[in-house]
Design a protein around this ligand. Structure first.
Ligand code: NAD
Length: 346
């Protein structure tokens, strides 16, 4: 049987380890490239049946045209979000599959890890005790019990995050464009969520309509001292407005696993470089900001699931004419299609 050829972009060691394990002695020929998929690099996919990409590969119209011209049939996203793909342009040109869930626990637990680290000043205490400084001055935190957390997006990750918060004795309110009526979750308008929440955590996809949903205007409506957690997509938050909100002492803390300009820096070691991004540098310099570099997904369980599901998607597409995890721009338009397909989208 002919092997399915896959050009694997933005490959990191941890990706290779999990995909090598999942593809061992199977029907795949995978070429791993450290570079991202861009207009300049897409020729590396020549002769391949599929490309495998991650969150910061830029699959714009030109890249799609080039892939189609090379007869590449499938874009296999090894992530859940697909805001980096021009899905509308791809429609009826090239198919797209994704990994809708690999470990929602990984992301929800990371959001909680960031929250606890931030409000209990663990990041500060860690550095102090490493230097045998056992002073407690400046490390005062606050109890989560009894606080109100506003959750934006109550899908797989949002709901796990909510369950954990309830375990802490927090009061949960939520906003979702498509509320789940059977969930027992108290849904409120975004306005009310901004006004009532002590902590706000984002678990919705990035779309045109929620780009910069946190801006100067929404920050203005929030409680003084609010803690923002973003493990979703960076551009939900206007980073400059965030800096301003922190400088004005309106925002008490920010926990960021994603950043709107992350594709230029995240996943790379710039420890010996001067970072050009002044907004990111300012955020990192602030004692009440914690940045992790899109790490929330990174658990053993998630990496195994990502590799298994991505390869299963590829097999389904090429051999079984079945694309359960297909992404197409029609999906959100047609009755809020939940992408539980039993056939290809076109
Ligand atoms: P999901 O599809 O299960 O849930 C998303 C929820 O957001 C749904 O309930 C949907 O109705 C809601 N939603 C859609 N548009 C909205 C809007 N404009 N405003 C408010 N809610 C809206 O997705 P999930 O698996 O829970 O993942 C959520 C997001 O987390 C993903 O879109 C992705 O951006 C992000 N993510 C980040 C990481 C990471 O490593 N940091 C990993 C996986 C996913």
């Amino acid at each position: 049987m002919r092997k399915i050829k896959i050009a694997f972009f933005d490959a990191k060691d941890y990706d290779k380890n999990s995909f090598l394990k999942a593809s061992e002695n199977r029907e795949f020929e995978i070429k791993y490239y450290e570079t991202r998929l861009t207009e300049a690099t897409c020729r590396l996919a020549e002769g391949c049946d599929a490309v495998c990409v991650f969150v910061n590969d830029d699959i714009n119209a030109k890249v799609i045209d080039a892939l189609v011209e090379m007869n590449v049939k499938l874009i296999a996203l090894r992530c859940a979000g697909y805001n980096n793909v021009d899905v509308k342009y791809a429609y009826q040109k090239i198919h797209i599959v994704r990994v809708p869930a690999y470990s929602p626990y990984a992301v929800a637990e990371h959001a909680i890890a960031l929250l606890l680290t931030s409000i209990r000043r663990i990041h500060k205490a860690y550095i102090r005790t490493k230097d045998f400084n056992f002073s407690l001055n400046g490390l005062t935190g606050f109890d989560l019990h009894g606080k109100t957390v506003g959750v934006v997006g109550t899908g797989k990750i949002g709901r796990i995050f909510i369950d954990i918060c309830r375990g802490f004795g927090m009061q949960v309110i939520a906003y979702d464009k498509f509320p789940a009526n059977d969930s027992g979750i108290e849904y409120v308008s975004l306005e009310e969520l901004w006004e009532r929440s002590d902590i706000i955590s984002f678990h919705c996809p990035l779309t045109d309509e929620n780009y910069h949903m946190v801006d100067a205007a929404s920050i203005g409506k929030m409680k003084k001292g609010v803690v923002l957690i973003n493990t979703s997509r960076g551009a939900l938050i206007d980073a400059e407005a965030l800096v301003e909100g922190i400088k004005q002492r309106k925002i008490g803390a920010a926990c960021l696993d994603v950043y709107e300009e992350e594709s230029n820096v995240f996943f790379h070691d710039y420890s010996n470089h001067i970072v050009d991004d002044d907004t990111l540098a300012r955020l990192i310099s602030m004692p009440n900001v914690i940045v992790t570099s899109h790490q929330a997904f990174l658990t053993e369980e998630a990496l195994t699931n990502i590799a298994d599901t991505t390869l299963a998607n590829v097999v389904e597409f090429f051999e079984r004419e079945y694309s359960r995890n297909e992404v197409c721009y029609k999906c959100p338009e047609v009755n809020n299609c939940k992408q539980e397909h039993d056939k290809k989208c076109f």
